[in-house]
Design a protein around this ligand. Sequence first.
Ligand code: ITT
Length: 189
Amino acid sequence: MELVFASSNEHKVNEIRAIIGSAIILKSLNDIACFDDIPETGSTFEENAGQKSRYIFDRYHCDCFADDSGLEIDALNGEPGVYSARYSGSRDFEQNMQLVLDRLEGQNHRTARFRTVISLILNGKEHLFEGSIEGKITLQRSGSKGFGYDPIFQPDGYEISFAEMDPAEKNRISHRAIAVEKLISFLNQ
Ligand code: ITT
């Protein structure tokens, strides 16, 4: 089957392609010639994911899904959360990570999680799938793989950050992998 993935984040597109493999033919926004800045004005991952998938369905009338995701840090009351992509006011990830590290300065309680909510629109009806992974925010950046906050997130059970991890391993255990597995098993039903 064919599904449009409503994301302009090429890192997410690459991860989802790697996780899905050949099970589904994934079309990007480029493939359907959509270059819009899709609005994300909700206050939850669920609302934002639904807003993005509905935007594509309403205009292109195709089966599609969107991923809304981010980092929730307990000592910051769940921030950056839905504001993860622009926490410092820009999409510059050096600045976004620095802001997190600055706000956690002197803080020993550094537990956090990545969360993803996928909104699938199939035959016009929405279905939600969620994935999360627990971990902690490190004291400094390490590693250069992955994207976004990966250099400062260390998943539970590992001594390395997501950005030091082999991409295949991240794609096996991540929040996104968990949500995509649920999406695939739903589609296989
Ligand atoms: P689209 O909305 O076009 O899909 P986006 O980057 O704006 O792309 P989000 O609104 O869902 O996506 O923002 C999520 C942000 O959270 C993203 O920009 C990353 O900075 C961060 N993030 C999400 N998943 C991540 C991951 O696996 N590793 C590191 N950072 C991640």
